[in-house]
Each structure stands twice: as structure tokens, then as C-alpha cells.
Write a protein that binds this ligand. Sequence first.
Ligand SMILES: Cc1ncc(COP(=O)(O)O)c(C=O)c1O
Length: 464
Amino acid sequence: MNRIAELDHRYIWHPFTQMKDWLREEPIVIISGKDSTLEDINGNIYLDANSSIWTNIHGHNNPYINDAVIKQLNKIAHSSALGLANEPASILASELVSAANPDTPSKRLEKVFFSDNGSTALEVAIKLAYEFIRRAGKTESPRFLSFQGAYHGDTIGAVSVGHIDLFHKAYSGLLFKTDTLPAPYCYRCKWNKAEPERADARKYRRCNWECIRQVHKQITEQKERGAPYSAIVYEPLIQGAAGMIPQPQHWLRQIAEIADENDILLIADEVFTGFGRTGAMFASHREDVQPDFMALAKAMTSGYMPMAATLTTKPVFNAFLGEYEEFKSFFHGHSFTANQLGSSAALASLQLLHSHECTRQRQRLISLMAEEIDGLWNLPAVGDIRREGLIAAVELVANPSTKEPFPYEQQIGLRVCKALARRGVLTRNVGDVIPVIPPYCTTDAQLRKMIAVLADAVQEVCAV
Ligand SMILES: Cc1ncc(COP(=O)(O)O)c(C=O)c1O
């Protein structure tokens, strides 16, 4: 084993990893990257088929972003946002506000609070919403809603609005109480209305929006009980960590209408979906939904730096204005809030994202992805194939006719990812769902290889 792998084994505790298994095998040690590829310490080249956990959109070692960061590095890496402004963060905030308010939105997101990662972006939104509602005199104890299968990060507030038992249940004693709404998972529709047609798995002819009616019922009943809900946290268009589960068209629009009718604030978690991943700059806008809070991270810096932002409206901002001695400030912040290096990477990334070339390339890849991934329907164990923009995923099941999952201990998803890695493609399974989430600079040939190798890996692991 090389020295770096040895050091890793001796000292590092990896996220979401059974370390007993990890310590049995020599890890892949990444030493460099270029565009959509990563190189390990032994000179092996891999395709980055999950954009380094959904963060990298313009490729590794991108000359334009590198240049922007180096220029900034030659000025200053970081100064505190406590009592000081800085150049790239101020410009970035104005660019984010422009991007988040296309055309004439129903609400304008006009203020930007910077933090460090997706979880902190959610924490900020939750705390601001909580206090805004209380200061508006609506209730002393705002109640939050989020969806089955929701994942909003791993800090305690973000976990409180999460609903993945495997990750969250153990910590229930630490969390504040939130209620759960049913989320659409059409492949396993609770009301059994799904009739996926293989070419377009989201035409559900018998669907009568039972899941929406349930949301409506739950919210109105709670209002009638005299303790109405105050805010809904949602992942727009697709739930990522739940297993890449897309929402049917108009689902989010209807949720927003129910929220509006019931005076409920919307917190959009665009941590995964933001910055073009679903086709639009921000996924909520594809459904004409403008939230009260928008949490951004991951691709904001094109995966270069840990940096995040929470955007919100003037009314929310104004609720925290007051005389010094009124103690109305938002008492929250992080050492690296509004970091200059992160801001310069984010600004360069946004410029690339706005370019015609990037938009054209993304649209082409989205079409190619659809063609290529649909070729996997006849493989063994493929239960469902799901797509949303430049996100694709295959759900593997023990029995495609009954949709029966594989026994957990078989670790099918993990084994398929290891088979992919042996063939030079890296992605990270979500249970037995295998995502393909490439950087936008991926070439056609590279995308075809990702899918072809996925087919081989599924056949190797799942064929009887
Ligand atoms: C939708 C969503 N929200 C929040 C997070 C948390 O982001 P981070 O890992 O940067 O804390 C994630 C991470 O995967 C996510 O997918």
C-alpha cells in the first residue's frame, strides 16, 4: 500500500462510510484532475461520473476558474466578514441576486447570507424563517414541514428537517420536531397509480395527484386545529439523497400554491439542483416557483471551495433591523463567511455558466444522456431509470416485476460502484440507486463511456 493510503487508513475517518469495510481495501488516492477526469497515485485515470459528489460543473483544473482564484490569492485569501466588506463577495452577492430573480418574480430574493456548505445554508434559512415568523407575530412556535425522503444536510437543524431514517433516526433525541409530508416516488407510488412507460417513466396515466391531495389535507387539518404550519422545506424537481427521485411536472407548482393559500413560507434547498443541474439555473424556476429562502452550495464554486449562500427577501431582512440596543441582529456567522477565494471561484463559475457555449453543451449532454441511459432498460435488475436535466440514475432491484429490493447486506449498489471503478468510472451509490451526474464539460465520448461501463458493471454484479 502506498504511503498516502497508509496515512489515510491510520488517521482519516470517512463520511457516510463503514470504516471496518474501508480498512479492508486499499483506497483510490486522487492526486490530480483535468476536466471530467481524476487521476490516482498509480497513474490510473477515472471519469468523474458524480461530479465529485454533485459539486463540480465546469471540470477539474479549469483554467478560467484557476486563474480567477490565483488572481485573488495574490491579493488576499481571507478576511473576516465581521465588520469588514470585501470585493469578490460583494460582486458575487449582486450576481446571485440577478440570477435568482429572472423576469419579474412574485417575490424578489434580494439579500445574501454567506456560509460554508449546504448544511449551513439550510441552518441559516431555518433560523431566519423561525425568527421572522415569530417577529411577524404569527406564532411563538413556528412549525416546519418537509418531505419523506428529504435530505438537507448533517448539522442538527438540517437533520431536523431530514427524513431518511438510516441517517437521521439515531439522532432523533437531539432534533426539533418537524412534520413529514408525502413526497412523490412514482416508481413506488403509495397509491399504486404509477404506470411507468419505459421510454418516459414519468407518464402516469392513472395518477390523480393523490400525493398532492394528502399534502393539502394535512395542512388544512393542522390549520383547523389552530396550530398552522409556518414553513415548508423542499428539494425542487428531484430529491437527491432519497435516491434521485424526480417529481412529476407541476407537482412543485401545486405545493407552492398550497403554501401560498395557507401563508406558509417556502425554503428551497437548491444545494444539489442549483446552477444548471436540472437545465434551468435554479430548479424552482422551472415550475415558476419563487421561494422565500433559497439555499445554495455545492456547484456555487463549481466544486472548488466550501462556500454557500442563503438568499432571502427584503421583508425577512427588515425584520432583523432595529436599534443596536434592541438586539434584533441575526446572531449567526462563521469564520469563513464571505471568503474571498470561494467568492472568486463562484464568480468565475457563474460567468462560465452564463456563456452560450456552456448552455449549448449542457443541453446537448442532457439529450445524449436521455438516449444513452434509456438503452439500459433491458439489463438484469434494472427496476427504474430516472432522469432530470443532467442527473440520471438507475434503481436496481432483486425482482423488476415485483420491484422487490435486494437484501441490504448484499450491498449491490456499492458493489456496482466498485465494478465501475475497476473500469475507470467513479460514482457513489445511493443505496441500490446508481447515479450518473457528470460535469457539464463532459464530452459525448466520455458520457457514452460512463453509460456503457455502467451497463457492464450492472451485468457483472447483478446477472444470475
Ligand atoms: C439537497 C441537499 N441539501 C443539503 C446538502 C448538504 O450539503 P453539504 O454536504 O454541503 O453540507 C446536500 C448534500 O448532499 C444535499 O444534497
